[in-house]
Structures are given as C-alpha cells and as structure tokens.
Write a protein that binds this ligand. Sequence first.
Ligand code: GAP
Length: 513
Amino acid sequence: MAKQEDQFKKVLSHAKEYGYVFQSSEIYDGLSAVYDYAQNGVELKKNIRDYWWKAMVQMHENIVGIDAAILMHPTTWKASGHVDAFNDPLIDNKDSKKRYRADVLVEDYCAKIEAKIDKEVAKAAKRFGAAFNKEEFVSTNGRVLGYQEKIDAVLSRLAKSLENEDLADVKALIEELGISDPLTGSKNWTEVKQFNLMFGTKLGASADTAMDLYLRPETAQGIFVNFLNVQKTGRMKIPFGIAQTGKAFRNEIVARQFIFRMREFEQMEMQFFVKPGTQKEWYEQWKETRLKWHLSLGMGADNYRFHDHEKLAHYADAAADIEFKFPFGFKELEGIHSRTDFDLKAHEEFSGKKLQYFDHEDNQNYTPYVVETSIGLDRMFLAVFSNSLQEEALENGTTRTVLKLPAVLAPTKAAILPLVKKDGLPEVARKIVDDLKWDFAVSYDEKDAVGRRYRRQDAAGTPFCITVDHDTLEDHMVTIRHRDTMEQKRVAISELRNIINQEVNVKAWLQKM
Ligand code: GAP
C-alpha cells in the first residue's frame, strides 16, 4: 500500500513539474477535484480524444458524431431519471466531521482483502518460479479462496442493500466490518443518506422568471434527445451509433485520487441504436471492441479486466466496466451499458414527441434499444500517464525517470537539439523543426548539455531526440535517439519524417485492434 501511495505521489508531482496537470485556481489554494490541463497535458488529452474519435467515428461507416450543448432543457433530467435517482449514499463521521461515500468505504475494505490475494499470488509466484500457474493457484489455494469468498459476500450484500434502497443495512454492514474513518480511525458514524450529484444553475436575469437548469452529469442525454434529428438528416439505418465527447459535471462527495474522480470532467460516449432483441449480441461485441481499443495502446493486457455489474443502474439490463490497474488498484475506466429503450421511451413520454424508427425491412415502427460505451477522458489520461511513468536503473548505476507514453499519444513527437548554440548548428536545427512541424508536433531545445536535454525529454515523454552536430553541416546526417531504448542512430535528415511517422502514425496503432 505504501509503495502504491509513493508511486501515486510521484504521478501527481510529475504531472505538475512537466506541465501536464495543474490544480485549478492554484493561486487561491485550489478548488477541490477540479483541475486544469497544462501545455503538455492539453496535447496528450487531445491525442487521446482523437485516437478515440478516429476508432469510433472515422472507422465506422454507421457511427456519426455530434456536439450537443452542456445546458439542456431541465425536463431532460426528469425524464432520464437523474433528478430522482442520480444519488450517492453518503455517510459522515461524527468525530472527524469528514464525509464519505458509504459504498466506497465498503469497496475500499474489499480492495484491502484483494491486496492480500495479490500478496499470496506474488509469494507463490516467487516460490514456484517458471512453473507457476496463476489461474490454477487462485482457484485452488484455500487462503485465496477464503479471501475471495469474503469479498463476494460483502459486495453482493452491498449491491442488494443499494438496490433495495436499504440504507440502514449499508450502515450496518460498515459497522459489522469494523470500517473506520480512513483519516482518524473513528467508528462513530451517522446514518447513510442519499445525495443528488447534479450541479444546479439558473437561466435568466430576474429571480422570479429564472429557470432552474442543471449542468449535464453525462453527455449521453444530448445524444438521446437528438436521436431522431440525426437519424433523419443522416439517413441512418439501424444499427447505427452517435458519438460525442464533452464536459460533464458531478458534485462528487468523495473528491480524491487526483483526476480519477473530478467534479468537472470530460466523457467520450457512444450510443449504439439497435433492434430490440439484438442488444445482448451488440453488448458483447462492444465489450470486445472497446477492450481491443485499450489493448492497441500496448499498456499490458494484465492491467485490464472486466467487472460485470451486480447492481444495475435504473436504465440498464446489463452493464460491465473495463477496469484498469491504477496506482491505487483496479478501478473503473470505462463502462459498457445495455440501456434498453429506457431513455428514448422516457423522452417520448416527457416531451410528447415520437422517438421511433421505421424499419423498412420489417415494415414496422419500434423504439430502438441502446448499447452505450462511455469512457472518462480524464480517467484515460490518468491510466496512460500513470502507467507510462517509470524509474529505470541504468547500467552506469544511475536512474532515469522516463514517461513511456504510447508514441501515438505523446504531446511532442520529437525534440530537435543543436549540440551547441553556435557554429550554425541552431540554424540547421531550426530548419529541421520548420520542416517537420507540418506533420508532427516537434520542439526545439538548446539549453543545457545534451545529456541533460535527453533526460528532460525522457521525463516529458518525447519519443525521439534529434541532435544536430558539426558533422551534420558536412554530411546532412543527424543522431536520432529513441526514448525507450536510448539507442542512437545516425540517419539522413531526409529520412526523419519516415522514421518518426512509422512510430507515431495512428493507422499503425489502430491496426493492432
Ligand atoms: N452515460 C453513462 C455514464 O455516464 P458512468 O459510469 O457514470 O456512466 C462513465 O460514467 C465514465 O465516465 C466512467 O467510466 C468514468 O471513466 C467517467 N467518470 C464518471 N464520473 C467521473 C468523475 N467524477 N471524474 C472523472 N471521470 C468520471
């Protein structure tokens, strides 16, 4: 646990030091769970968004994008169920006066048991060496099975109590498990209460005529209310999808873990409209497709797992999370939800407008079912960033900090470095920058010794450094250094575009799907 916390602290400080993420309004001591993306962060975020958009929209003939407004008619949220049911169960500690999500306290308790399982696995792996079979071990070892049984029993009771709105039982569970305030150790808890997560605001100038609005808590509803507009104007045939990226807002009770859980964040969502009865097939297909998208980035298959929901949201008939191994353990990164016809039917009812599809093949009208894929862009950013940050022991006894971002996502693809700031080398380096910047995000760096510049670019996540030296003036060759291998090669300036392109081009990465 301490090791995990150390790693997470490193992620936070590195994100600030290298211009990725800043606390919002930092000069006023910040605003809790709200963050700003800095000069490198904004590029990484944009590259992740583009990678998603290309895979989801450009590569699918039957998926189109929209950009709906953040502010929507307030009835939208009545119809979607958010006014009545978008709640988190909260509990206060009477001694520390700190507020927690009751379900998160229980989940954290289970995560601790899970850490014990990991420990047993690591011990056994060491003992058995190459002959170790993890799957067999976890399905036969008595201690591991006992831990797993406990986790399953606790989570299933939690799911049942939440499903039945039995908040007294959630509190009883917390007490029975002996869960204490993580900050103070106190077990003096209040009752569990529901808390609505939507941020309210007002439209209009005068107090009596102003209309109460909400900042959207998910982008999905902007898609549902535009379903028929897009279907008709785009002449879309079922099955088809509508994708959108954009901000969402939630007044989260537990605002911690950096950009994992924010009050203002960005979602990348796609609603796939299908014929009723086919939703299960599409649900399975989208689970598989989305996992492949993640795996294409090469961040390690072991770092992902599916978690099938026991407690389903009010709109779903099946739901799963793709969980990622963050520095604080496996947590939800993306949700895939089979949302039935709940949303379209509800908007039909509340708006009085028909939201149906006429199927020419079957010659019938129906309300389509929906399979949704929904991923938090900031959460994806954290997954990529934390997974990429590594400390490497070098042969000469030193260590280097390197941000091994997937090259396709790196904010800067290459840094061009004149060996010295004189003798015409800066001019050649600038010329290379001017040439390459048409195709890639590149930067120029002439400050400090070249070794220090390499380390700086490693830590910033730049896949290539290109050094111009005195020989370049004669032979038009430069040294290209690879961030991950630190290998250096002498290549012609005219070859640079090809070499960089091979590693950063989106097509090559997405073709791994
Ligand atoms: N339209 C469905 C929906 O919004 P969700 O599971 O509540 O489902 C989807 O959210 C994704 O949005 C999550 O998997 C997560 O990646 C991201 N997300 C949700 N709340 C977030 C928050 N407070 N901060 C950052 N990302 C969040």
